[in-house]
Design a protein around this ligand. Sequence first.
Ligand SMILES: [Zn+2]
Length: 106
Amino acid sequence: MPVYEYRCGKCEKSFEATQSVHARVEDTECPFCHAQEATRLLSSFASTIKGDHKPGFAELKAKSMINERMDKFAKLPPLNAKRNVPQPNTSSDSNPIPGAGPDAGM
Ligand SMILES: [Zn+2]
């Protein structure tokens, strides 16, 4: 869920609230004075990237970065599994000529 930044209209403190996209501003309660007079502010990301009017751009970017990491994590287990495969080579029974196997090119 996206994080929205609000400023309370009563105590004028700003706070962040994690809400669904469909949450209404009127329903947002100030965590300090519990007044429902909050105003939604632009996220700090959006104010940093000037000229980008797409909402949630930073979030999408972060999500794609997470997906990349997840991809790398997902690729790790197969790599480990492949490393386990050459290990049976240590038993020279399957390799009649040591050093002449497919691993000799390494
Ligand atoms: Zn307040």
